[in-house]
Design a protein around this ligand. Structure first.
Ligand SMILES: [Mn+2]
Length: 401
């Protein structure tokens, strides 16, 4: 081998059976194994309900009225253009249910997350149901519905919390995997309360991606978006020792919340911790602690865990957060190895967004989670997970005034 004259390192690709064993090569192979049944059904329904195209259209899979994925800029935007489920009593027939929680009365600085569900649904129209590297096609592999939004009560956190807990309990107990589009982070308490109502004596660990601890009892005299984990970890089904907080740090962490983290011994990693111990070690840290004595894991993903430069459309942007690919790597590895019982993505505020990029990041988090649930065999649902108790216990949380 002759030396490179200008000292530029030369890349030598290792070959196995004449092929370069890259992720890209693997992805090319994986695609051949995916069926096209769902796509063919979408085409035939499109032609039936949307009429065959005008005579000049050569591609005869195209209907006159757009009735599916294509074109991406057309149509009525549910999440990923999934069917809108009018009768929520039917939700248990689906593997995954998307639900919006348009609530921002818990916001203490920039409002606007009440438009989060709409913003996420709108930009989700950009996505296909297929991911190249993962070799997953959601249209072919799971059933997905969008149940629309919870009827929240503007200006009243407590009444909204009661609505949210009732709605999430309904979806969770049906067996459909709940994916919640926030909304500010105050909804983290009532969403987890909805799950806990149907856990019986089982327990849930919470993995919380955020720049903020969100553990103080009250903020501005109410249970605001800085407070969900104080109240969630008061429930016996959601012990504080199983709360894992990833990406915490900066100039917006209230000292009264820090005191609660110390007292309750929650499990915190800063961005520096994560980058210094490495992403795989951070995944081990999270799984070990969230799964210690619990039966399932709930993921609460605050979009502001990612560096503010990537997610300007949020309530309390804080520079110095995770890079998108770091956050997606952590999330993917965690979902692959934990029994996940639900996901919420919160703090997307479209009025402050730029080019829909914050809402797009939320869409990415949701689609990646679904794909990793497929790859780990958690979806499609074979049967209702054993940690779900059909009976509702309405007394999982203590009275609070
Ligand atoms: Mn936050």
């Amino acid at each position: 081998m002759s030396a490179n004259p200008d000292d530029t390192p030369t890349f030598q690709s290792p070959e196995v059976n004449g092929q370069v064993p890259t992720e890209a090569q693997r992805a090319l192979d994986l695609e051949t194994r995916l069926p096209l049944t769902g796509w063919q059904q979408e085409v035939s329904e499109g032609l039936e309900y949307g009429l065959e195209a005008a005579d000049s259209i050569r591609d005869r899979t195209i209907p006159t009225f757009s009735r599916g994925e294509l074109p991406h800029y057309a149509g009525i935007n549910t999440f990923l253009k999934a069917p809108y489920l009018v009768d929520v009593r039917e939700v248990g027939k689906y593997d995954v249910a998307i639900v919006g929680v348009p609530h921002d009365s818990g916001t203490t600085y920039r409002p606007g997350t009440r438009f989060g569900p709409q913003g996420i649904r709108r930009i989700s129209a950009l996505y296909t149901p297929y991911n190249f590297e993962l070799g997953v096609d959601l249209r072919e592999q799971i059933t997905l519905c969008d149940v629309g939004d919870i009827f929240t009560i503007p200006g009243n956190n407590e009444k909204s919390f009661d609505q949210i807990s009732k709605g999430i309990a309904h979806i969770f107990s049906s067996g459909a995997f709940p994916i919640i589009l926030g909304g500010d982070h105050s909804i983290g308490f009532p969403t987890v309360r909805g799950v806990c109502r149907h856990l019986g004596d089982k327990k849930v660990g919470i993995i919380h991606f955020d720049r903020h601890v969100d553990t103080q009892e009250t903020d501005l005299d109410e249970r605001m978006h800085t407070c969900p984990w104080f109240h969630a970890t008061n429930m016996a089904n959601a012990p504080a020792k199983n709360l894992v907080q990833l990406g915490i740090g900066g100039w917006q962490v209230p000292r009264q919340g820090v005191k609660v983290c110390r007292e309750r011994a929650t499990n915190i990693l800063t961005v520096t911790d994560i980058t210094e111990i490495g992403l795989d070690a951070a995944v081990e840290f999270a799984l070990e602690r969230a799964l210690d004595g619990t039966d399932c894991v709930y993921i609460s993903f605050d979009i502001d865990c990612i560096d503010a430069g990537f997610v300007p459309g949020t309530g309390w942007p804080e520079p110095g957060g995770l890079l998108p690919r770091e956050a997606l790597y952590l999330l993917g590895k965690i979902v692959q190895r934990a029994p996940v019982c639900g996901l919420e993505v919160v703090e997307v505020s479209p009025p402050y967004d730029v080019s829909d990029m914050t809402a797009l990041m939320a869409t990415r988090v949701i689609c990646d989670t679904m794909a990793h649930l497929v790859l780990s065999g958690q979806l499609p649902r074979q049967e209702k997970p054993a940690y779900i108790n059909t009976e509702a216990n309405m007394h999982v949380d203590m009275a609070w005034v």
